[in-house]
Write a protein that binds this ligand. Structure first.
Ligand SMILES: [Zn+2]
Length: 280
């Protein structure tokens, strides 16, 4: 299973909420290699399975963005009347394979080997995806606002601030910067974020060569190794800033609502700026 290669369709079609593909495999989580099983946190009360398909619209956890959730069902019941409903709880990438962890709701019927190769319909949970996309895009906007203030030498930000880690989880979203952001810069950062959102900038996805991405992205390739001939997926915010990124985003910044800068904490030379998104 882990030697499978899954096409991450959400990289090119980031706004597809349903997709028809085929059932490649269905395996109890307990049959996965011992090293792979701990990647998943199954629900305690139901038997967890791992389902794979040749392509997927489910975002796999990574890059600071949580998994999508949703359902995978047959496009039509089998002649014997089998029509299982697979609820996707968590999605992880293992090598080139994207693994969907889920449970059958109800517990029976389940997919059997007889259904392998049959067409299945993927449906992501739209409100969850929308929230994740807003939080993720808001992280880019906040990083960009801090970058613009830093390079302009405004609000007391050092000119050599650099992007650090980021998390876009609901209730725990932050961006880190290497360098010290003074606490009283919060209002100026909020103003800059508001200004960018008000412009309703377009969020575009590009596939660039490693060389092009290394030159044009704000933090270069961010330490990612890019093989010769391999393309890098890049997100661009209104032509003002580009970042290598595998996540899902909103189409224009107007969809974000309001991005609220919550807190600035400094520790060991790193400034952590927490934020959330709220409806405008
Ligand atoms: Zn992104």
């Amino acid at each position: 299973m882990a030697d499978q290669k899954t096409d991450p369709l959400y990289h090119r079609e980031g706004h597809l909420h349903t997709h028809t593909t085929t059932l490649s495999s269905i395996t109890p989580l307990s049959s996965l290699p011992a090293a792979t099983q701990p990647l998943f946190k199954p629900p305690p009360d139901k038997e967890p399975y791992i389902l794979t398909t040749p392509s997927t619209i489910f975002h796999a956890q990574g890059g600071g963005q949580p998994s999508d959730t949703g359902t995978i069902t047959l496009t039509s019941p089998t002649p014997s009347g089998n029509d299982p409903k697979f609820a996707v709880h968590q999605v992880r990438k293992v090598s080139a394979a994207i693994l969907h962890l889920g449970t059958f709701e109800p517990a029976d019927p389940r997919f059997t080997p007889a259904e392998l190769g049959l067409p299945v319909r993927q449906a992501v949970d739209v409100p969850t995806r929308a929230l994740h996309s807003r939080l993720h895009t808001a992280g880019h906007v906040l990083g960009l606002a801090i970058h613009l203030l830093s390079r302009a030498g405004e609000a007391g930000l050092p000119k050599d601030l650099r992007d650090g880690k980021a998390s876009h989880y609901p209730g725990a979203a932050f961006v880190e910067n290497i360098g010290l952001i003074p606490g009283d810069a919060k209002a100026a950062i909020q103003d800059k974020v508001d200004e960018l959102v008000r412009l309703d900038l377009v969020v575009a996805i590009h596939f660039w060569s490693g060389a092009e991405a290394g030159v044009k992205c704000i933090s270069g390739l961010d330490g990612a190794a890019v093989a010769e001939g391999e393309e890098v997926r890049v997100v661009d915010v209104g032509g003002l800033g580009s970042y290598p990124c595998g996540g899902t985003h909103v189409r224009t910044l107007g969809e974000l609502g309001r991005v609220v800068v919550r807190n600035i904490k400094r520790q060991k030379g790193i400034s952590k700026v927490s934020y959330e998104v709220v409806d405008a």
